[in-house]
Design a protein around this ligand. Structure first.
Ligand SMILES: N[C@@H](CCC(=O)N[C@@H](CS)C(=O)NCC(=O)O)C(=O)O
Length: 240
C-alpha cells in the first residue's frame, strides 16, 4: 500500500496564529517526514476535535489512512511502521522502541511537566478565542490546577529547574549530534516536538542564552527533512 493509493490525513491542533502547536502532533510530523510520506493536514481547534470522525477521539494527533483512523502518537508511530514497511524505519527493532519509550517517560515527567508549569496560561492565550473557555475549564478541573494564573504564577522561578532537567540531553549531545546518535531517531522527535510547542506559545524563552549544545541540536533538528521544523513565527527559545 502506498500513501498515494490511500492518502494520509493528519489532524493537528491549531492555535489562533494558525500554528500547529501540539508536541504530540509534532512527533508524528517528524515521523511522517522521516518516512517521506506526504499527508493532508487537517487543522482543528481544541473544541473541534470531538466533532470529527464521529467523536471517536479526544486528542490529536489523529491519523486517517483509508478506512483506518487512530489517535495516540505512539500507536500512530507503530502503525506507520506496519503500514509502510518500505519506508525508512523509525525503530531498528523492539529494543530501540522500548528504549525510546523509556526516554519518553523520563522526558514527560522531568521536562514536559515542568514546561507545562511555565506555559499553561500561554497555551490558553494562544488558543483560538472560541477554544479558550474550554481550555480553561478543562485544565482548571485538574486537581493540581486551581487556576491557570495560579498554576503559572512565579513561572520564571521554575526556569532554572527546567534547564537543569535537560542536563542528560546536554551530556549526550556533547558526544553525539542527535539523541539517536549519529542520526536522529524518535527520541529527537519527542524532544524537538516539545520545543516546537514551547516556541508556538511561549512568552518567556525556556533556554538560557549560552546553551550552545542545545542550540546546535535544535538547529540541526529543525533543519531535518528539508527544514520541517522551520515554520514561520516560532517564538525565541533562547533568552537574548
Ligand atoms: N497520549 C497522547 C497525548 C495527546 C494530547 O494530549 N494531545 C493534546 C494536544 S497536545 C490534545 O489533543 N488535547 C485535546 C484537549 O485537551 O481537549 C498522544 O501521545 O497522542
Amino acid at each position: 500500500m502506498t500513501a498515494t493509493s490511500n492518502p494520509l490525513r493528519l489532524y493537528e491542533l491549531v492555535l489562533a496564529s494558525g500554528r500547529s502547536a501540539s508536541p504530540y502532533v509534532w512527533r508524528t510530523r517528524f515521523a511522517l517526514a522521516q518516512k517521506g510520506l506526504p499527508y493532508e493536514s487537517v487543522p482543528l481547534g481544541f473544541t473541534e476535535i470531538p466533532a470529527v470522525l464521529g467523536g471517536r477521539f479526544k486528542t490529536v494527533p489523529i491519523l486517517e489512512h483509508g478506512a483506518t483512523s487512530l489517535s495516540e502518537s505512539w500507536d500512530i508511530a507503530e502503525y506507520l511502521e506496519r503500514a509502510f514497511p518500505g519506508t525508512p524505519p523509525l525503530f531498528s527493532g523492539p529494543g530501540e522502541l522500548a528504549t525510546v519509550r523509556l526516554f519518553d517517560s523520563w522526558f514527560s515527567v522531568e521536562v514536559m511537566r515542568r514546561m507545562a508549569t511555565v506555559y499553561l496560561l500561554d497555551v490558553h492565550n494562544a488558543a483560538r478565542a472560541v477554544d479558550q473557555p474550554y481550555f480553561r475549564k478543562s485544565r482548571e478541573a485538574r486537581p493540581n490546577v486551581a487556576s491557570l494564573e495560579a498554576f503559572t504564577a512565579d513561572r520564571e522561578s521554575r526556569l532554572p529547574a527546567l534547564r537543569e532537567a535537560l542536563t542528560p540531553l546536554r551530556l549526550h549531545l556533547a558526544r553525539f549530534p542527535f539523541l539517536g546518535g549519529h542520526a536522529p531517531n524518535y527520541a529527537d522527535y519527542i524532544a524537538l516536538g516539545a520545543f516546537q510547542w514551547a516556541g508556538s506559545v511561549g512568552t518567556v524563552p525556556p533556554l538560557a542564552k549560552d546553551d550552545e549544545v542545545l542550540r546546535g541540536w535544535l538547529d540541526r533538528g529543525f533543519d531535518l527533512f528539508g527544514g520541517v521544523g522551520r515554520v514561520a513565527g516560532l517564538r525565541p527559545l533562547f533568552e537574548s
